[in-house]
Design a binder for this molecule. Structure first.
Ligand code: NDP
Length: 249
């Protein structure tokens, strides 16, 4: 087997967009560690993607597990070149029905865990002098207002601000930080939000100039580019991959 060019972590790499990113990374010869809670999903992804894909099960909301996770990866592989903070959860509920616990649950997964994992990975990148790439995943919910997703919107707006803050602080040290803002991409998550609400789906497609949902692989292609040396002068960018949804009329 050829020595892999880079070592990457893709959180939520067992399904949907994360699985598509992992698949594109593997095709690019990157050794790809996929992280998620569901061992069965991770094993199925490994089965599909082969030798360059390696599952590391972890619940990222268990913040104490994160340094251990990163330490185990470093013990085994020596360094981490790319981190994709893709794992995320959504919740569609009327504003006044969202409880404090609901709100905190979304923020914990979509923001706090992203911060904690990024911090641990950045420590290792700096220690090893790696020219790293971190890719965060936001959403159309932080480009314009969408009803009934208050916590999710707060979390994805935080991700975009964190991307800029991290990019300014870490780029001088050789670590690029960028963010992909997916439009409406066909996965289980979007099916849950849209399939029971045809009006919402029609509205989303009505303002998408390309007129259809994106595929998870569309996000995978953008992630491969941002992780590559072809993007070596790109940092702090929020890249919509959305068929034009964010600028649609
Ligand atoms: P999925 O629900 O298919 O995937 C989410 C992934 O996150 C799962 O693999 C899940 O794995 C993982 N995950 C969730 N919680 C945790 C946790 N606590 N610890 C570890 N892993 C976790 O959703 P998508 O693929 O659609 O979404 C991926 C990302 O893209 C999310 O950040 C989402 O917000 C974003 N996005 C999606 C859009 C879309 O249209 N689909 C649009 C815009 C943004 P497991 O269950 O094994 O823990």
């Amino acid at each position: 087997m050829k020595t892999p060019s880079k070592i990457a972590i893709v959180t939520g790499g067992g399904s949907g967009i994360g699985l598509a990113i992992a698949e594109k990374f593997v095709q690019a010869g990157i050794h790809t560690i996929i992280v998620g809670r569901d061992q069965g999903k991770l094993d199925a992804a490994k089965e599909k993607l082969g030798e360059l894909c390696e599952p590391f099960p972890c619940d990222l909301t268990d913040l104490t597990a994160i340094p251990k996770l990163v330490n185990n990866i470093i013990q085994k592989h020596g360094q981490i070149d790319v981190l994709v903070n893709n794992a995320g959860i959504n919740m569609k509920k009327e504003f006044i029905e969202v409880t404090d616990e609901d709100f905190q649950r979304i923020i914990m997964t979509n923001v706090t865990a992203v911060f904690a994992l990024s911090r641990e990975v950045v420590k290792c990148m700096l220690e090893k002098g790696v020219k790293g790439s971190i890719i965060n995943i936001s959403s159309m919910a932080s480009q314009y207002g969408i009803p009934k997703v208050i916590a999710y919107t707060a979390s994805k707006s935080a991700i975009e601000g964190m991307t800029r803050a991290m990019a300014t602080e870490l780029s001088p040290k050789g670590i690029r930080v960028n963010c992909i803002a997916p439009g409406f991409i066909a996965t289980d998550m979007s099916a849950k939000a849209l399939n029971s609400d045809p009006e919402r789906k029609a509205k989303a497609m009505g303002r998408t100039p390309m007129g259809e949902m994106g595929r998870p692989s569309d996000i995978g292609d953008a992630a491969v580019f941002l992780a590559s040396d072809g993007a070596k002068y790109i940092t702090g960018v929020i890249l919509p991959v959305d068929g034009g949804n964010s600028i649609g009329f």
